[in-house]
Structures are given as structure tokens and as C-alpha cells.
Design a protein around this ligand. Structure first.
Ligand code: ZN
Length: 278
């Protein structure tokens, strides 16, 4: 096995649930656009694509058929082995069965928020029953959860789920900092999350807002991985709209300047204990 200690897994989150064409022309919406963006980002060093799907009107949806279409579009790039991570986020479905319906496609990974918190104007609803259901679907279809930590209780909840055998270990955490209504994007907040991690896990960050470059850099220095993309930041800098490629390229260059290297999808699979792609 090669030395993976200086590898950074760069995840791109190109779409999300919130950005619209009115907000930014650079957000990919259709399955074709999402796959093309994932391919371009893979060429630029992304090892994981975090996928959100939209309906014909551009509204968030968990529809299994739209997810299937995205996978089929990704299949049109046979050289691209980017790790496919779907979302079970609460904005795209009313019930937990609706939110977990794409697990039957057996994506490599899926987001799993292990508790409730707030978004700016609504609840990020993940009660124990919802979390257990989504976790059980992931177990059933051999999908690795990425534990989305919007608030620190979600770390402890994930550890409890692992103790009960509802999620497999090693756990992979993603600290989401800077969502209005949840934990803030500050150094203190990042450090508390980092110091609360169980042994043997892997982790990364998703930083929203003006501190995203600095805090992502600190996370890399601590050995963490980083997610970038229009889902999390529609602005590259003050008043300048971002493209997914530009956000990714900047983070890659910072990683390189720190003596780190972007992990290939194959390396990321090793780091995340994912099965090797046939
Ligand atoms: Zn997401």
C-alpha cells in the first residue's frame, strides 16, 4: 500500500439544494450537467462527488429515477472512477423513505446527518427514527455513510449508532460549519469537533461562508479532508461568483503548497475503507 498520510480527499459538491440559476449561472442542475461537472472536477483532482438532484423545475428532489439518470450520465465517462456520494438531506424529501429511496442504486457513499439542527429558515429534521431508517438502508445496500456533523451532538450520536451496529466502522465524519442555525465557522468550533473524534475514524470539513478557505486550510493541516463546491459557497471571493472548478483548483493548490497531494479516487477508497472498484 502506498503512503497515504499526505493525501487529501477533495470532494466536490457542485449543486446542493439551494443554489438556483437566478443566484448563479454556474450551478449544474440537469443529470447531464451534473455528470459533466463531476467529470471536469475529477480531471482537476476531485476524488468524490457529492450529488444532489433536481426535478424538471430545478427544485430539490430525492427521486430515485433522477438519481438513476445521474448515475447513467456518469457511466458515459468510463475513464472516470470518481466516488459517488448521494445526499439524504432533509430539504429534498418529506418522509425518510422518500429521502432514502436512492440507496437501492448502491452508490459508494451517502450523507447521513445523525441529528436535527436548523437551516436558516427551517428545521434540518433528523429524528432518531429517521436516522435509524436511513442508516439501515445504507447497511442493506452496502453504502458507506458520511456522517454530516451540523452540531457536535451528531458526533456522539454516530458513535452510539456504531456501538449498536447500525453503522459500520471506521466512521467518516464531515464537519459542516457555518450553516446559519447550526454550528459556526470558527477555529474554536473546528477544534472542538476535531478533539471529539473517536479513534480510527476519518474526517473532513465543509465550510460555508467567508472563512471557508482559511478553515479548510487549517483542517488540511490537522490531517482532514475538504469539500468544496457551489452547494456550500456560491462566491469565490467577495462579490465574485464561484465555479466548481475554480473552488477546487484553489484548494488543490493550497494542498500542494502545504506539501500534500490530492488523493486519487483509488487512494480515497483505501483511506475511506471503501471496496476497491472492479
Ligand atoms: Zn449536500
Amino acid at each position: 500500500m502506498s503512503d497515504l498520510s499526505n493525501k487529501v480527499i477533495l470532494t466536490v459538491a457542485p449543486t446542493g439544494n439551494v443554489p438556483t440559476r437566478e443566484m448563479t449561472p454556474y450551478v449544474p442542475i440537469t443529470p447531464q450537467e451534473i455528470a459533466a461537472e463531476a467529470y471536469a472536477c475529477w480531471q482537476e483532482g476531485a476524488a468524490v462527488v457529492h450529488i444532489h438532484t433536481r426535478d424538471k423545475n430545478g427544485a430539490p428532489t430525492s427521486d430515485v429515477e433522477v438519481n438513476r439518470e445521474v448515475m447513467a450520465e456518469l457511466d458515459k465517462y468510463p475513464d472516470c472512477d470518481i466516488i459517488r456520494q448521494v445526499s439524504t438531506g432533509g430539504r429534498a424529501g418529506k418522509s425518510y423513505t422518500e429521502r432514502g429511496q436512492m440507496m437501492c442504486l448502491s452508490p459508494d457513499m451517502s450523507s447521513l446527518a445523525t441529528g436535527s439542527s436548523n437551516f436558516p429558515a427551517k428545521c434540518n429534521f433528523n429524528d432518531p427514527e429517521t436516522v435509524s431508517y436511513l442508516a439501515s438502508e445504507m447497511l442493506k445496500y452496502n453504502v458507506k455513510p458520511e456522517i454530516e456533523v451540523f452540531d457536535t451532538a451528531m458526533i456522539w450520536n454516530a458513535i452510539r449508532l456504531a456501538e449498536k451496529g447500525e453503522v459500520k466502522t471506521p466512521l467518516h465524519f464531515n464537519f459542516v460549519l457555518g450553516v446559519v442555525g447550526s454550528q459556526p465557522a470558527t477555529v474554536e468550533s473546528l477544534m472542538y469537533n476535531y478533539q471529539s473524534l473517536p479513534k480510527g475514524c476519518t474526517w473532513g470539513v465543509t465550510i460555508i461562508g467567508k472563512n471557508h478557505v482559511q478553515l479548510s486550510t487549517i483542517a488540511m493541516a490537522l490531517g482532514g479532508h475538504v469539500r468544496v463546491g457551489i452547494e456550500d459557497n456560491i462566491f469565490y471571493s467577495k462579490g465574485v461568483l464561484a465555479t466548481n472548478i475554480a473552488l477546487l483548483r484553489r484548494m488543490k493548490n493550497i494542498a500542494l503548497a502545504m506539501g500534500k497531494e490530492p488523493a486519487t479516487p483509488a487512494e480515497a477508497r483505501q483511506i475511506l475503507s471503501l471496496p476497491t472498484k472492479a
